[in-house]
Each structure stands twice: as C-alpha cells, then as structure tokens.
Design a protein. Structure first.
Length: 73
C-alpha cells in the first residue's frame, strides 16, 4: 500500500477515516454514495469498496439503496 507524502499514513486508512468523518459530520441523515464520494474527493468505486468494508466491520450501516449510509449505532 502507498503512503501519503511525508505523513506516514496508509492511504486506504486515511480514505476510510475521511469517509467516517463525513458521516459523523452529517449524522442527522443518511448520505448517498455519490455524495459521500464527492465530499471525500474519492472515486465512486473506491468509496463503495471502502464503505462495504466499513459496513462488514459494523462501523457504517446501509439505511437503504435510496437513502444511503450512516454511522452504525
């Protein structure tokens, strides 16, 4: 895995943290995948893979296909 310039942080971990940050800042309502990708600056496919992993680990939950995702409770 690659590391971001000078920070020593693994890129995939940083991307997951960015997703979690956006979800926590918007915890009142679910966020669609496209909006989540836009707010994090991630490619939609990359965002989807990371969100799927976060869902499997019970950090994020999928509310519905139309509503999107939120932090797991």
């Amino acid at each position: 895995e690659t590391q971001s310039e000078g920070s020593g942080m693994i890129q995939s971990v940083k991307k997951a943290m960015d997703i979690l940050t956006v979800l926590s800042e918007n915890s009142d309502e679910p966020i669609m995948l496209s909006e989540l990708a836009e707010k994090t600056g991630l490619n939609k496919s990359t965002c989807a893979h990371i969100v799927d992993t976060l869902c499997e680990s019970f950090y994020v939950e999928r509310v519905s296909r139309k509503e999107g995702y939120r932090l797991a409770k």
